[in-house]
Design a protein around this ligand. Structure first.
Ligand code: GTP
Ligand code: MG
Length: 394
């Protein structure tokens, strides 16, 4: 952004000099007898601006001005999609290699089912997908395996679409978001990225260092706070619930829009640790009866089917309002989202936005997916884009 501004400023100066030269040449009553230096200056300015314009057209990536003609976000999203696709390439190439030049037969369906299971789609979701795929193939009288790819794409998008959502933070000030998850899932890193996204919407953010279990966790969050230039509330020695409570109070007094609270990683199978989380939630509600307004579970995409049991345990304990799937840039197989969607099939359709809390038993949507460790590596979940990456399509 800073580079963009500097570039614009330089170009503005360039055009200003050019305009000045033109003015001095044109406004002279005896233009023909002007000193040669003025003509030279004019030609020089024209050449400079022309060279910038040509370079801009050739190197659209490094010319922010071309954003006027070609959105810079397109470039970013291309590399984002490429990374997502690379992360899911094992699944993509396995499924893709089946849906090639061969005819549709029972053996193909069996191989497809194995590929879906290997991609962490889970038994129930794989069986459901295969049932629908078989049905479509016979109804549409499909013969070639390639034709199944488009059908599978459609079915996967249909399955994942209920997990798509939009992100809004109005209705409460501060809007309190609490993150939870097992150790190392990517909670603290995601907080840094979310703060960046929220600030880009023009909202102010405060972070609460609710992971009081590890000393390094506070420092990690402080580093993300510094990177985002937002305040981080942390109190060495205090318990998590009171740190987050204080952060909500402090945010209210400072008119901060959004508070994001970190929590310590915990095993979902350890009931006392889950009880502690419930307590944190209760204490936050003392600062604002409707808070936390969002409770997001962070899931490491590489944990496979275990993500499903984490989802169920955290949802039972906290009543989740959203999911974040991280590390899709690694060796993730991606199918687990289909398993999560299947586990929630039949639940009432999610609300249009997550801002106003969640109706009981409503679908818990995927708020973000992450494909890396930098600030820009988190994006809202888009079912169609995700399936295209999963099936190795463009
Ligand atoms: N490749 C990749 N790495 C990630 C992603 N998200 C987080 N990480 C990395 O995963 C590791 C753990 O991330 P943290 O944010 O510390 O995870 P956490 O859930 O806060 O961990 P605990 O606080 O120990 O429970 C760090 O090295 C992060 O950089 C991602 O989307 N892609
Ligand atoms: Mg952490």
């Amino acid at each position: 952004m800073r580079k963009h501004r500097a570039w614009c400023a330089r170009r503005a100066c360039g055009w200003f000099s050019l305009a000045q030269c033109c003015r001095s040449v044109c406004c002279q009553p005896f233009a023909g007898i002007l000193p040669a230096s003025q003509y030279q200056a004019l030609v020089y300015c024209i050449l400079i601006e022309f060279s910038y314009l040509t370079r801009s057209i050739e190197q659209s990536d490094s010319a922010p001005m071309l954003g006027l003609f070609k959105s810079p976000s397109n470039d970013t999203s291309t590399s984002w999609f490429a990374r997502l696709k690379t992360g899911l390439k094992n699944t993509g190439s396995r499924l893709g290699s089946l849906l090639v030049a061969r005819k549709i037969d029972e053996a193909l369906f069996e191989e497809l089912e194995s590929a879906l299971l290997a991609a962490d789609t889970g038994v129930a979701a794989s069986a459901e997908l295969l049932r629908k795929l078989r049905d479509r193939a016979s109804r549409k009288k499909l013969v070639a395996a390639q034709e199944l790819k488009a059908e599978l794409h459609e079915l996967l998008v249909e399955a994942l679409a209920p997990l798509q959502t939009t992100m809004e933070f109005h209705g409460a000030r501060p809007f309190v978001i609490m993150l939870a998850g097992v150790n190392g899932a990517g909670k603290t890193t995601s907080i840094g990225k979310i703060a960046h996204l929220i600030q880009a919407q023009g909202l102010s953010v405060m972070l609460a260092a609710g992971d009081t279990f590890r000393a390094a966790a506070r420092e990690q969050l402080a580093a993300w706070g510094e990177r985002n230039r937002v305040s981080v509330i942390s109190q060495p020695g205090a318990d998590a619930a009171s740190v987050i409570f204080d952060a909500v109070q402090s945010a209210r007094s400072k008119n901060i829009d959004v508070v994001i609270a970190d929590t310590a990683g915990r095993l979902h199978t350890q009931s006392h640790l889950m009880e502690e989380l419930k307590k944190i939630k209760r204490v936050i509600a003392k600062a604002d009866p409707l808070a936390p307004h969002a409770i997001w579970l962070v899931l490491d995409a590489n944990t496979g089917q275990n993500a499903l049991s984490q989802f169920k345990a955290f949802n039972d304990a906290l009543g989740l309002t959203g999911l974040i799937l991280t590390k899709l840039d690694g060796t993730a197989k991606g199918g687990v989202l289909t398993a999560i969607a299947q586990a929630q099939a039949g639940a009432p359709q999610k609300q249009a936005s997550i801002s106003g809390g969640r109706a009981a038993n409503a679908v818990v949507p995927v708020v973000f997916i992450g494909v890396g460790e930098t600030m820009e590596d988190l994006r809202p979940f888009n079912a169609n884009e995700f399936v295209s990456a999963l099936l190795d399509q463009d």
